[in-house]
Design a binder for this molecule. Structure first.
Ligand code: DQQ
Length: 457
């Protein structure tokens, strides 16, 4: 099977080579800008440079020249992650230069030509007297006439932390205090913090070392400290990491996350690309108050040929329930009443004889939702484990799934509050089938919709 048959067609990725964290997300003069950690020279991490793309609608991206290169003494070992603010009409990137880790700014008039500030680094070292485990990934917002910045960090022996600074001009920064400090359960260093108001609360996103997965906290912002109320997983599927969220001109809080590869580095190099973004996810707050995730409605503009099925009984052992539906670039929308079934779900990317298939499973007894990749690929070198997350349905509540298949990406939204995204690498050209299954009793599909998705790049 050709290597590029794994390459997503409607999730964002650069034309070639390595990509990791989303950076500098902003809507400026109506257009969406996505910067990202990029290695222009190879499909492995290194030479960290800000890649850049622009979009009218969050889904159709046009690639622009690289924005920031590692070409100054203070960032020659990498232009690391950061954010974008618009300061008196001037787009200003705030990023970490390495090594050692320092905070820097760069400005542009047209979003294409970027000038690094002559006063860089604007924060030349972590606060004196603190024993920190890292000092990177600034996140900046404006409030009460001040620019506020949190920098990802950690306190030796305690846990991850965000360090709070403020400034009038984005150049002179005053250190205040740690705005939040975790405990050993949430890692030793918090990468890529995001701190923002949502509904009547504040939300903190962090990507902790060594957890390798991103978590969120909901809480309150009081006296310039984040007061924690609850914690959740942003996407326990495995490849999701280092998300960034921004507020667009319509006031929506939109998040992109990086999806790592789950195949060997040699396969990434051979393919000539590595890493892909999630779809844009709109964040809202539920009353409980957990985060709610929905793909931005703009994604629906990629829908093509439509398929529909209503009121389908799924008996244990039944197969071939969706004979007309095939594909590796699809959106599926399905509402399932689990009835008496113990497990119920979807088979994705299934070969006609079932030699390859990926199972998306709701397990009522275990109260989990899982992506089971045990048979996703005949290639034993790619990840083939099961990724699951606690998942409970209230009495009478149906399982509501939106599944986005995009070649090697399986991105699942379940009942609003759970995202589960995984990577799969089927080897067979005929691993394109779909099916429904139930075990231990009958389930009912109340409604199923599917669309072929058009390429976006
Ligand atoms: N990636 C960047 C860092 C950040 C990490 C370097 C998270 O700024 O902490 O590529 O993936």
């Amino acid at each position: 099977m050709p290597a590029n048959s794994q390459r997503p067609r409607y999730h964002f990725l650069p034309p070639r080579n390595w990509m990791n964290d989303p950076n500098g997300l902003v809507q400026f003069r109506g257009e969406y800008h996505l910067f990202y950690q990029h290695n222009p020279d190879a499909a492995v991490w290194g030479n960290m440079t800000w890649g850049h793309a622009v979009s009218p609608d969050l889904v159709r991206w046009r690639h622009l020249p690289h924005a920031l290169h590692p070409d100054r003494p203070y960032d020659k070992d990498g232009v690391f992650s950061g954010c974008m603010v618009v300061n008196d009409g001037v787009p200003t990137a705030v990023y970490t230069g390495t090594q050692p880790e320092v905070q820097c700014i760069a400005t542009s008039r047209d979003m294409v030509a970027w000038t690094k500030d002559t006063r860089n680094p604007v924060i030349a070292a972590p606060p004196s007297g603190l024993e920190v485990t890292g000092f990177r990934d600034p996140y900046v917002w404006k409030e009460d006439g001040w620019w506020w910045m949190v920098v990802g960090s950690g306190m030796k022996g305690q846990g991850g932390a965000i360090l709070l600074y403020r400034s009038r001009d984005l150049v002179q920064w005053e250190y205040l205090h740690p705005a939040a400090v975790g405990d050993p359960k949430t890692g030793t260093m918090w990468e890529c913090p995001n701190l923002f108001p949502l509904g009547d609360r504040w939300v903190l996103l962090v990507s902790p070392i060594p957890l390798g997965r991103s978590i969120y906290f909901v809480g309150r912002w009081e006296n310039r400290r984040f007061i924690y109320e609850l914690q959740g997983e942003l996407d326990p599927g495995g490849p999701f990491y280092a998300p960034q969220a921004f507020r667009d001109e319509r006031g929506r809080r939109i998040m992109f996350g990086w999806l790592r590869e789950e195949r060997p580095q040699s396969a990434q190099v051979a393919a000539g690309w590595s890493g892909v973004m999630t779809l844009p996810r709109v964040l809202t707050l539920r009353p409980d108050p957990r985060l709610e995730f929905a793909p931005a409605p703009e994604v629906e503009s990629l829908r093509g040929k439509h398929f529909r099925k209503d009121d389908l009984t799924v008996a244990p052992g039944a197969r071939g329930l969706l004979p007309d539906l095939r594909g590796d670039c699809l959106e599926l929308r399905v509402e399932i009443d689990p009835g008496q079934a113990e497990t119920v779900g979807l088979l994705l990317r299934r070969s006609p004889g079932g030699e390859e298939e990926t199972r998306l499973v709701y397990d009522r007894r275990a109260t989990t939702l899982a992506i089971d990749r045990a048979r996703s690929s005949a290639d034993a070198t790619v990840a083939r484990d099961v990724r699951s997350t606690p998942f409970t349905l209230a009495p009478g509540e149906p399982l509501r799934l939106r599944v986005f298949l995009d070649r090697s990406v399986v991105e699942v939204y379940a009942n609003g509050h759970t995202c589960l995204t995984s990577r799969i690498y089927p080897t067979r050209p005929d691993s394109l089938g779909l099916d429904l299954f139930a075990t231990g009793g009958r389930a009912t599909v109340r409604g199923m919709r599917a669309w072929e998705m058009q390429a976006a790049q």
